[in-house]
Design a protein around this ligand. Structure first.
Ligand code: SAM
Length: 207
């Protein structure tokens, strides 16, 4: 069995049947149109479950029930679409400025039948006037820039940014701005289950 099979089976065991089937449909969309439209690198097709789906779902542990979340710089829908599929209690807004990615997201939401809970907004984070319980994001910008763009979007909530080995350095670089804004950070170690690449996130909240 490949690492990808181990991750897929582990995630299948942790999800209800309907969520697993919808996630499989989304993985097929990523492996087809996602790669064709150049939204994911050509080598990413071999690690959709173990990296992209697994890391996205790992964020679910830090999202309370019934929350309204925004995925800023959603790209092909990561992490927002896997979260929306696996967590029917969440309302999700995918924020993405680029037209091709916005079109991809709109089509995927329609095909996955998620239109009643998932909205796609063509906008830059810093131009968005809405507010959310939690803003999530992955691979969009360094923490200092992310916080500047997104802090008005979570007046009482949090930003949770998936990050790898650079987390501490990014927190250090953003520290002056963070304390001026009365924001505090915490680094979370996230485990997505068997076969899933472990990842980390920085959670930013107000104090
Ligand atoms: C490297 S991609 C990551 C996409 C996805 N989050 C993922 O992990 O696969 C970065 C995305 O951020 C978007 N982006 C860049 N600047 C942005 C901004 N100011 N506001 C919102 N999205 C932005 C880009 O259009 C792009 O889709």
């Amino acid at each position: 069995m490949t690492g990808e099979d181990v991750a897929r089976e582990g995630l299948a065991a942790s999800l209800d049947r309907q969520s697993y089937e919808a996630l499989s449909q989304y993985v097929d969309i990523l492996a087809g149109r996602g790669l064709e439209w150049g939204l994911l690198g050509p080598r990413e097709g071999d690690r959709l479950w173990q990296r992209h789906i697994g890391n996205s779902l790992a964020l679910g542990d830090v999202l309370g029930r019934g929350m309204e979340i925004a995925d800023v710089g959603s790209g092909a829908g990561l992490p927002g679409l896997p979260l929306a599929i696996a967590r029917p209690d969440l309302k999700v807004t995918l924020i993405e400025p680029l037209l091709r990615r916005f079109n991809f997201l709109t089509l995927a939401v329609e095909e996955l039948g998620l239109g009643d809970r998932v909205e796609v907004l063509r906008a830059r984070a810093e131009e968005t006037k809405r507010t959310f319980d939690v803003v999530v994001c992955r691979a969009v910008a360094p923490l200092d820039r992310l916080v500047k763009w997104t802090s008005p979007l979570f007046p009482d909530g949090a930003l949770v940014a998936l990050k790898g080995s650079t987390a501490e350095e990014e927190v250090r670089q953003a520290s002056k701005f963070l304390s001026k804004q009365r924001l505090t950070t915490e680094i979370l170690e996230l485990s997505g289950g068997p076969g899933v690449e472990p990842t980390r996130a920085i959670r930013v909240t107000r104090f």
